[in-house]
Design a protein around this ligand. Structure first.
Ligand code: DC
Length: 680
């Protein structure tokens, strides 16, 4: 996950390959609640692991429901059998609407029936998301519900500690034209009190987002509760209802998440060696309403074929066809159409989307603002958005409003024909439903390698370039190449194989060749901070002084440098690379966007190295370290091949007097300046 301030996506060219989507958010949270309310335990496979489901799991835990993580990623929920394990608790539900609404209904009913008291709250945005229609419905039933802030909004207090009689003899009226989640909440909760008599719900106003109600009814049936539906306006829960676990439930891939990869396949030419984008885990037999995004994408020109549990997408008509569509049936996925509209041959209108205004953010305003930043002409109304593609795309920093869908949608702007990069602010907001979205995207996208930005940080030993490079990489979400580690690996591998690496030996051509062959065949794996050689963790062994000295010697051998070139170039992957070493800017990435040459006085460096070793409990002597360091500097600078020296266009940074943070900030400032100059 990219836990950073912003993520710059370079212009992308093509896409292809297979993606398996995380589980559906709507199904995951409904199944969790149903499992908790059921008799018996439920095993849930492929449950979505995201902010919203974590919120629900934490709430269930606080309610005394036992949840167990079993092998194979299966979650086992011990049902409470419609009982209350605790009678009073405060629940913090973040910004998870799919937890807030159904828990409100279920806990209000249980508290009223059995005498409990629950407080439900969330983040500030959650307290701006209306829940008054659900509160009204629960009050009609006789449930004590108090809005603790503004009337009609969370936080809420449910129940007052005493049992009250519920009024189940008349139909419960609930509005259906603001959010279908209120009806879903009642449908999930009312079976708990429909033991002796059937319970009726009457929908007031035109019901929106019907497909989400279908998911609810479908899942209720799987947990043993039948609901009779009359025209989307009346729902009857049978008398004698009781939730019973179906044993095992598989959660489908999220159809709303699928929309980004469907759009990807429709927008991007297929990468070489692929036939487009394949999505697994969700397909034409999905119970999720957003699967109908497939029809909308086809209408815009996407070439989509599918099976029950799989979809395959290729670019069809290009540019895409502009459409005019009522999107009431696909409220979430329709946001993706707004971004596809940027690639269309005319003006696209998406209608009947008033519910966008009460989601994670006001999504009509958000999509309009951000599309305009990219150069589109946008008109917005209370319940529609109309988008005309940019004549020329502008470089933009996309604000994401803590809304996962805004972030995912605008990543697709990186295929723009004007090759401008797209900045996504607060990219980690995708964690709400798809924590690894950007990783999944980059893995399936390609772009010419010279468009992938590289920042080179070269400098002498112990100048702090490793620390600087890894922090700059972390802040930008870029990959990291510690090229020194590769030379250290060669030194280590040589000594493991009993090869001498003294200068005398290495001057013999046959030895140099052997060492080059060894470097070319290194079996190395980088795994976060860890480095594995031939299946052994060598992270610590590589950091020793002697490994550094050996590296310095083997690195003077041209055959070794040559053998490691390909390996180093391979680190240049989306979305970008920070490379540290001696010749990153001069030899390996001579056309890098930013080159930094880091220096500090030899005395300063020796002192830092000394501190570092002492802190690791390794005894060291400053005078010896200084001598070693100078010897390495001399060898690294005077060798014939790729000697250590600043590239002509490198920025020099003497960090003798700078804190790490100040150095990091300086490099990031230079980087921002470069990006602004380049206009991309
Ligand atoms: O950065 P470091 O201390 O881990 O590097 C170890 C040795 O490897 C260094 O003394 C010289 C060599 N090296 C190199 O020649 N070229 C690089 N790009 C990186 C390191």
């Amino acid at each position: 996950m990219y836990d950073i301030a912003f993520l710059d996506i370079p212009p992308l060219r093509s896409a292809g390959g297979t993606v398996r989507l995380p589980g559906s958010k709507s199904i995951s949270n409904r199944v969790l609640l149903l499992a908790a309310l059921s008799v018996g335990h439920t095993d849930i496979a492929d449950l979505l692991d995201s902010d919203d489901t974590r919120v629900m799991l934490a709430a269930l835990d606080a309610l005394g429901c036992h949840v167990e993580h079993r092998p194979g990623g299966v979650i086992r929920v011990q049902g409470l059998g419609g009982q209350l394990a605790v009678s009073s608790v405060q629940l913090f539900l973040g910004n998870a609407g799919t937890a807030m609404r159904p828990l409100t209904a279920a806990l209000a009913l249980l508290a009223a029936e059995r005498g409990g008291c629950f407080e439900l709250s969330g983040i500030a945005r959650m307290h701006e998301r209306p829940i008054g229609d659900l509160v009204d419905a629960l009050r009609q039933l006789g449930c004590p519900v108090e809005c603790l802030g503004q009337e009609g909004y969370p936080p809420l207090r449910l129940g007052n500690g005493s049992a009250v009689d519920l009024k189940l003899d008349q139909p419960i009226r609930v509005r259906g034209d603001v959010s279908s989640q209120f009806l879903t909440a009642l449908l999930l909760a009312l079976p708990l009190v429909a033991r002796e008599r059937a319970v009726d719900i009457e929908v007031v106003g035109e019901l929106i987002s019907k497909p989400y109600i279908e998911i609810t009814l479908n899942l209720l049936a799987r947990f043993g509760v039948q609901v009779q539906r009359d025209n989307w306006s009346r729902f009857t829960i049978a008398a004698g209802s009781r939730y019973v676990s179906p044993g095992l439930v598989h959660v489908e891939g999220d159809a709303s998440s699928a929309s980004y990869f469907i759009a990807l396949g429709a927008i991007a030419p297929a990468s070489e060696g692929t036939t487009g984008v394949t999505i697994e885990g969700v397909g034409l037999a999905s119970i999720q309403g957003d699967i109908r995004f497939v029809e909308a994408a086809r209408a815009m020109g996407a070439d989509i074929s599918g099976e029950a549990n799989r979809l395959h997408i290729r670019r069809g008509q290009w540019p895409l066809r502009a459409i005019d569509l009522d999107c009431n049936h696909i409220p979430d996925a329709a946001m993706t159409l707004a971004v596809m509209a940027l690639y269309a041959d005319g003006t696209t209108t998406l209608r009947n989307i008033a519910s966008w205004r009460v989601k994670e953010t006001d999504r009509i305003a958000a999509m309009a603002n951000e599309c305009r930043k990219l150069g589109a002409t946008v008109e917005e109304g209370a319940d529609f958005i109309r988008i005309t593609p940019p004549a020329r795309w502008a470089q933009a920093s996309i604000h994401t409003y803590d809304d996962h869908r805004v972030a995912m949608c605008f990543s697709l702007a990186a295929f723009n024909p004007d090759n401008v990069r797209v900045r996504i602010e607060d990219p980690k907001c995708v964690a709400k439903t798809f924590p690894d979205y950007f990783e999944a995207l980059f893995e399936r996208c390609e772009t010419p390698v010279d468009r992938i930005p590289v920042i080179c940080i070269d400098g002498p030993t112990a100048s702090g370039k490793g620390t600087l490079a890894s922090e700059v990489a972390r802040r930008l979400g870029f990959h990291l190449l510690d090229s020194g580690a590769l030379y250290r690996l060669v030194g280590l591998a040589a000594s493991q194989q009993g090869m001498a690496t003294d200068e005398e030996t290495l001057r013999q051509p046959s030895q140099a060749q052997r060492l080059g062959a060894l470097a070319a065949s290194l079996q190395v794996r980088f795994d976060g901070e860890k480095i594995w050689l031939d299946g052994l963790d060598v992270t610590d062994a590589l950091r020793t002084e002697s490994a550094g000295m050996a590296a310095s010697r083997v690195s003077a051998v041209p055959e070794v440098r040559q053998a490691l070139t390909e390996l180093q170039l391979g680190f240049r992957r989306l979305p970008g690379l920070v490379a540290d070493g001696r010749d990153m800017g001069t030899v390996i990435f001579p056309r890098a966007s930013l080159k930094v040459f880091l220096t500090a006085s030899a005395e300063q460096r020796a002192e830092r190295r000394h501190k570092q070793l002492i802190s690791k409990g390794i005894s060291a002597n400053i005078a010896d370290l200084l001598a070693d360091l100078k010897a390495r500097d001399h060898r690294d600078m005077s060798r014939a091949h790729a000697p250590l020296k600043p590239a002509d266009d490198a920025k020099q940074l003497d960090n003798s007097e700078l804190s790490i943070e100040a150095s990091v900030q300086q490099v990031l400032d230079w980087w921002q300046g470069k990006a602004a100059d380049a206009g991309n």
